[in-house]
Ligand binder design. Structure first.
Ligand SMILES: Cc1cc2nc3c(=O)[nH]c(=O)nc-3n(C[C@H](O)[C@H](O)[C@H](O)COP(=O)(O)OP(=O)(O)OC[C@H]3O[C@@H](n4cnc5c(N)ncnc54)[C@H](O)[C@@H]3O)c2cc1C
Length: 481
């Protein structure tokens, strides 16, 4: 019997588990995927939004601003990289000037500090590669960059360290009911009973609501396609640059990533299939065309990767956070599209307060530890620190991924972490192995060998992302001998 079951180990579910793990509660965080953060959390623009574009008075506006303010504390406690570098919305016409002023006013209404309007010439000096058409920009000093997966993983790991249970590859297929009340979940691994069940299932939240007998709220997956550029492109892009927004999206932006690459995108196309993560020639063409409108000098030969993320676009246009009276025991988070990553730490605190108000007894645990430390990042250490690390464990002296300078020591540590990397993608996201210019071309055989050794598997059993995504499909006679 759990006190709280959280369905979905994305960045929102992970923060809820962490926030609840401060109290004497039995918590179960479950996800149908092979790793945490495998839904929308792993595929988005990774910006900690300032909060100027959400409608004043909406949940999105309130939780964006509250979440943004928590990032230094949360990332400090969880050992997650965060850069409050500020963000720009760039205008390229007289009409855009009016849009920038609207955004400025809206931001002030939402209570944001650090907003300023910048003239065209000033913007050109701050971003030398920017289009000559620039007429001005809105600068939001509180905007920033983060690694969304690291944030999710770190929050989940900290929750587990504080006693929460995590079950992966566990899909909720229905709810246990006693009259109107929800008293647990039915999954592919059996039934789990709980006093409270929190739906935090991204694009699938409405499917689960229907399974609980609640209609009326629908989620449309809205596809966003991206390009990732090699680190070399960073020389051409100094800042986070949004174009002026459209009614459905913030537009195709050009942004550095926290790891020093450049990212272009996303598109915004409504689709029917919640599993469709394909990229399309039309979508990617739109990404490049849009990005070149901001930085005309970008070179397509710098592209090293494309990917798609799905926004959980809700029918009300706002985040839905509700404990419906007709289903006691159920708390629903739905339509958590952008700025959901930014809002996630604040959403978690709000959920805790809602559960407290609904009668869940919250007694603080004296042994709660808010701090969590990640595995050492060899490439970020000073030469002296690197030497000390190698002296302690020589596996840190063996570089496995040349593009990103990732060592065998880091790969081994990720295989044995609190939430072990059991797939190649899980390892990539924890260590950055295979994310550079060669995209795993050089390191993959070495990584498979180490993963197989550390996880006690055959290289044939290592998958990219679980299921039938095996990387090596058979051993040739020669190799076997
Ligand atoms: C293109 C794009 C750009 C974005 N850019 C930004 C940005 O720059 N800044 C920002 O703040 N936000 C951004 N967002 C929004 C942000 O990414 C999301 O709001 C956030 O990741 C949502 O997290 P989540 O935990 O709610 O959902 P998810 O990460 O999708 O997690 C839901 C989890 O539920 C699991 N699940 C689903 N159904 C079941 C089931 N039946 N049983 C068990 N598990 C289940 C899934 O496997 C998944 O892991 C963007 C989103 C997109 C798509």
């Amino acid at each position: 019997m759990y006190d709280v079951i959280i369905i979905g180990a994305g960045v929102v579910g992970a923060h809820i588990a962490r926030a609840l793990s401060r109290y004497r509660l039995r918590i179960l965080l479950l996800d149908k995927a092979t790793d945490v953060g495998d839904g929308t959390t792993k595929a988005n623009t990774a910006i900690v939004h300032a909060g100027y574009d959400a409608k004043p008075g909406s949940n999105k506006a309130r939780l964006n601003v509250a979440g943004n303010a928590l990032f230094e504390q949360v990332c400090g406690e969880l050992d997650v990289e965060f850069d409050r570098c500020g963000t720009y919305v760039v205008g390229v016409s007289e009409e855009d000037r009016a849009t920038l002023e609207d955004l400025y006013r809206r931001g002030r209404q939402n209570g944001i500090r650090g907003l300023s309007l910048v003239g065209g010439p000033e913007m050109r000096s701050r971003e030398p590669g920017i289009t000559e058409s620039v007429t001005g920009a809105l600068f939001a000093a509180t905007g920033g960059l983060v690694d969304p997966f690291a944030l999710c993983y770190a929050a989940a790991e900290n929750a587990v360290g504080n006693g929460a249970e995590l079950l992966l590859e566990t899909e909720v297929q229905g709810f246990l009911r006693e009259d109107d009340a929800v008293v647990g979940v039915r999954t592919n691994r059996g039934e789990f009973r709980s006093r409270w069940t929190v739906i935090s299932a991204g694009v699938h939240a409405d499917d689960l609501m229907r399974a609980a007998g609640l209609d009326g709220f629908t989620i449309t997956p809205r596809k966003g396609e991206y390009f990732v550029l090699d680190r070399a492109a960073r020389a051409q892009v100094r800042n986070v640059l949004f174009p002026c927004p459209t009614p459905v999206s913030k537009g195709i932006l050009v942004t550095p990533t926290i790891h020093g690459n450049v990212m272009l995108g996303p598109t915004a196309t409504d689709i029917d299939d919640k599993e469709n993560l394909s990229t399309t020639p039309e979508g990617l063409n739109e990404v490049l065309t849009g990005a070149l409108k901001l930085i005309p000098g970008l070179e397509s030969r710098q592209i090293i990767r494309s990917f798609t993320g799905l926004r959980a676009s809700g029918s009300t246009g706002d985040f839905m956070i509700d404990a419906p009276k007709e289903r006691p025991g159920l708390l629903i988070l739905a339509g958590i599209e952008s700025p959901g990553l930014t809002a996630s730490p604040a959403i978690a605190l709000e959920v805790v307060e809602m559960l407290r108000e609904a009668g869940l007894e919250l007694q603080e645990r004296a042994e709660y530890v808010p701090l969590r430390r990640g595995i050492p990042r060899f490439s970020q250490l000073s030469p002296a620190e690197q030497e000390a690390l190698i002296a302690r464990d020589p596996r840190y002296g063996r570089i496995i991924c040349r593009c990103e300078t990732v060592t065998e020591g880091e790969v081994v540590a990720a295989c044995h972490g609190a939430i072990p990397a059991r797939t190649y993608d899980a390892l990539k996201r924890r260590t950055r192995v295979g994310t550079g210019r060669c995209q795993g071309g050089f390191d993959l055989p070495l990584v498979l060998e180490i993963m197989a050794r550390e996880l006690g598997l055959s290289p044939l059993e290592i998958t990219q992302k679980g299921g039938a995504s095996n990387i090596v499909v058979r051993r040739t006679k020669e190799v076997a001998e």
